[in-house]
Structures are given as C-alpha cells and as structure tokens.
Write a protein that binds this ligand. Structure first.
Ligand SMILES: NC(=O)c1ccc[n+]([C@@H]2O[C@H](COP(=O)([O-])OP(=O)(O)OC[C@H]3O[C@@H](n4cnc5c(N)ncnc54)[C@H](OP(=O)(O)O)[C@@H]3O)[C@@H](O)[C@H]2O)c1
Length: 271
C-alpha cells in the first residue's frame, strides 16, 4: 500500500482507479480541473481531491506539494488525463491540434517533471502512463490522437531506461475500447462540410465506431483498467507494457504476428 496521485480523476478511468485504490487501502490524491464539481470522491476515506490542470504548471506544483504534505510521500503517479480530436486531419484547427498535444503530451510531461524531484529524493517511485492500444496501432480518422499516444509510448520507453538506475519505474497501460464518456465528453470532432471528398469515408467510419462501442465483446468497463493499473503499481516487476481489455489484447497480438501489409489490410477492411 502507498499513495497514488491521479490526473483526470473527475470521471471515467481516472475516477474508477481512484475508487479502486482507495478500496484497496491506498491513499489517493485524486486531481481534476474542477474539484468543486466532484460529489463522490470527497466522501471516501484516504482520498484527497485537489485541483490540477495538466496545462497549468502552478496547479500541478500545488497539488504535488499538498499531496506530499498530507500523506508524507507519493509512490505512484498515474498520468491519465486525456482528450481526443477525431475526424479529418485536413479540417483540424490549430486550437484542436494544440490542445491535443497540450493535454496528452505536454501536460503529461509537465506532471512527470513535477514529480521527479520527489521520486529522486525518495530513490523510488512508479510513473504509470495511460496510453492506448492506439499508441501501438492506428485507425483512420484519428491521426492526431494516435500521434499523441505514440509520443507517450516513445517518451515512456526512453524514460524507462533513463530512470531505471534511480529506482524509478516507468509503465504503460494500453486500454482498448473502454465504456466511459470519452467519445462523448472528451472527443472533439474535426470536420468541414466543404471538404466533400471525405464525406463517404467519414460517415462510414462514424457508423463503425458507434457499432464497435455497442458490441460488449469489444468494450470493457473502466474498472478493468483500474485493476491493470493496480497490478502495474504493485507487481514490483520491471515490465514496461500492460494491456487492458480483450479487444486490445486481440489487436496487439495480431499486430505482432502479421506483417505491416497484412495488419493494415485488416484495419482498412474494417472501415
Ligand atoms: N475510453 C477509451 O476507450 C480509452 C481507450 C484507450 C485509452 N483511453 C485513455 O484513457 C484516459 C482517460 O480517458 P477516459 O476514457 O476515462 O475518458 P473521460 O471519462 O472523458 O476522462 C478524461 C479525463 O481527462 C480529464 N482532462 C482533460 N483535460 C484535462 C486537463 N487539461 N487537465 C486535467 N485533466 C484533464 C477530464 O477532466 P474534465 O472532467 O475536467 O474534463 C477527465 O477527467 C485518456 O488518456 C484516454 O486517452 C481511453
């Protein structure tokens, strides 16, 4: 048992993980952009709800300091906050592109840099980054989101070596489709009616995504990710990657077995 600091704990995977760790007896620093809106986590024992916007460094500094002050130390950082721009790359606005990288990449880097002095001083710590099956493979019309998750994979794999000698572990959790409101509340769709060349492909893609999220065999509950994060935090292994969800396991297994051409042909066929 120990203390975990979670970003994006207001909902979805972040909230499910906060509750899971608290139930298992961990202290939880559950951070979010708008803690005043939170109604449930405040009431749990061992859970401290704090403001943290991954794009605002002063909120990160303050939350890390308050978490350490309350619980003595932080053992695990869970970089979970995320946002997704889907749709036609050509139609994406500068603001969408900036926010996509601002939250998923630069925000994750901000929080990681803020916790590292503490982990170095303790000569211990674990950084768990929520990537995605989409950090290892791609689907059409998600180019910006994939770019950020592939960036998180590269950053994490390189940091894994760099921090090992300091006894700081880096881990990646790669979920498949998870039953949260990510594709509702956190999805920003880039589309321009004037770009009619994309219309047919775009419409069939949206239908396919809707179909996938309705198929229980292709979607897991956020608690499945919470369990995998818990395993990653506690197994004391030097393992880098953890998969969450049967759909993710299937796709990553296939990616390993097939050639680029075979695998990409399979994905292309789906849409
Ligand atoms: N759902 C899936 O199918 C799926 C699959 C693979 C990976 N993932 C990854 O899982 C993570 C969590 O997503 P989810 O499915 O749980 O979706 P979600 O319920 O929409 O949660 C997204 C969280 O990110 C937070 N967030 C957004 N911008 C932020 C910022 N600037 N600072 C701090 N927090 C911010 C949101 O906070 P607010 O409440 O303030 O908006 C929310 O708590 C993401 O990294 C996502 O890429 C999800």
């Amino acid at each position: 048992m120990g203390t975990i600091l979670i970003t994006g704990a207001s909902t979805g995977i972040g909230k499910a993980t906060a509750k899971y760790f608290a139930e298992k007896g961990w202290n939880v620093v559950a951070t979010m952009r708008s803690p005043e809106k939170e109604t449930e986590l405040h009431n749990l024992q061992r859970v401290m709800v704090l403001e943290l916007d991954v794009e605002k460094k002063e909120t990160i500094r303050e939350a890390v300091a308050q978490g350490i002050d309350r619980f003595g130390k932080i053992d695990v950082l869970l970089n979970n906050a995320g946002y997704c721009v889907g749709g036609v790359f050509e139609a994406a606005t500068e603001a969408q592109i900036n926010r996509q990288f601002g939250v998923n990449v630069f925000g994750l880097m901000n929080v990681t840099q803020a916790i590292l002095p503490h982990f170095r001083a303790n000569k211990a710590g674990t950084i768990i980054n929520i990537s995605s099956v989409g950090g290892r493979i791609t689907f059409p019309l998600l180019s910006l989101y994939h770019s950020t998750k592939w960036a998180v994979e590269g950053l994490s794999e390189s940091l894994y070596y760099e921090l090992a000698a300091l006894n700081i572990k880096v881990k990646l959790v790669e979920p498949g489709n998870i039953d949260t409101d990510f594709t509702g509340r956190s999805l920003d769709y880039a589309y321009d009616e004037a770009l009619t060349d994309y219309k047919e492909y775009n419409d069939s893609f949206l239908l396919k995504v809707e179909e996938n999220f309705k198929d229980p065999a292709k979607v897991s509950k956020p608690e499945v990710v919470a369990e995998v994060v818990f395993e990653a935090a506690n197994d004391n292994k030097t393992r880098l990657r953890y998969t969450a969800g049967q759909d993710a396991e299937f796709l990553l297994h296939m990616r390993k077995e097939k050639s680029d051409e075979e695998f990409m042909g399979f994905i292309a066929q789906q849409f």
